[in-house]
Write a protein that binds this ligand. Structure first.
Ligand code: NAD
Ligand code: ZN
Length: 256
């Protein structure tokens, strides 16, 4: 079933599916954060279309790549640091608070699910978190302000770890970087128990993350896809809603 334009009908069907579910799981992508002013990956004009991502091996091998990665990061920080959770984030936090969701699996690195009140034990961040940094060798944590102070003082040179000289990187998973084992296992466990899997704002082209909706479907969960554009998985979904995420989820956020 595809809803396009019939907002009330889509919300009604979504509510019915949620009411009939005991263990619903939300799976979010960059689309849930665009109304908060953070561009997604693949929509036209996005920040990411201007800068080719720096692959993990290049980041590790070249100091110049690390300098460039941090330069971009701080440029983005200025634009997005003040971003607040949107209607989608708030709807999921509310559903979770009411025991209507078993958990949230996100590909996002913006920290907006936490900011909306989703507790860490109900949230799986598959691609890490961009609101702090870690040393790739010893795992020590560094705050962005710590990195920025040294980066600026050195005239745009990225600092290495004072403890072990290792490269310091935002705590995100780059292209070519191994997926975090613990988070993959947690996402797997949530997917296996889920009876309703709700994809929100993901183009579903980044793997292995995009494998979770398929796995849920294969395990017998119902699949909902909420995205303004078609995705590859629309034909196996039980419900497809092509609309603005915030508009669809506003009533679930308590916004009427
Ligand atoms: P994507 O950019 O590939 O897909 C986002 C999808 O959301 C698109 O299909 C787009 O049509 C849809 N969309 C955007 N705004 C929408 C809205 N308001 N309402 C309805 N649909 C909307 O994103 P992805 O699938 O998450 O993959 C991108 C990768 O880049 C992820 O791995 C993620 O970690 C990373 N990323 C994260 C952020 C963030 O943390 N906010 C932002 C950009 C990229
Ligand atoms: Zn270190």
């Amino acid at each position: 079933m595809i809803y396009e334009g019939d907002l009330k009908g889509a919300q009604q069907r979504l509510r019915e599916l949620l009411d009939g579910s005991a263990r619903a799981v939300a799976f979010t992508g960059a689309g849930i954060s665009t109304e908060c002013g953070i561009p997604d990956f693949r929509s036209p004009g996005g920040l990411w279309t201007q800068n080719k991502p720096i692959p993990f091996d290049v980041f590790v091998a070249h100091k110049a790549a690390r300098n460039e990665a941090w330069r971009r990061k701080f440029a983005m920080e200025e634009a997005f640091a003040g971003a607040q959770p949107g209607r989608g984030h708030r709807a999921l936090a509310r559903l979770l608070g009411h025991g209507r969701l078993a958990g949230v699996i996100t590909q996002n690195i913006d920290g907006l699910h936490q900011a909306s009140g989703v507790p860490d034990d109900a949230l799986v961040e598959l691609h890490g978190n961009g609101t702090y940094a870690t040393c790739l060798d010893c795992g020590a944590r560094y705050e962005l302000a710590w990195v920025k102070e040294r980066f600026d003082a050195a005239g745009g040179i990225a600092p290495d770890c004072p403890a072990c000289d290792g490269p310091v990187k935002t705590a995100t998973i780059s292209f070519g970087q191994a997926m975090p084992e613990r988070e993959m296992a947690r996402a797997d466990a949530l997917t296996k128990v889920s009876d309703l899997f709700i994809v929100i704002g993901s183009s579903l082209v980044v793997f292995p993350a995009a494998g979770f909706p398929l796995k849920a479907r294969q395990k017998g969960a119902r699949l909902i896809i909420l995205n303004r554009e078609p995705t590859e998985f629309d034909e196996v979904a039980d419900l497809v809603v092509r609309a603005e995420i915030g508009d669809v989820l506003a009533p679930f956020a308590g916004d009427g």
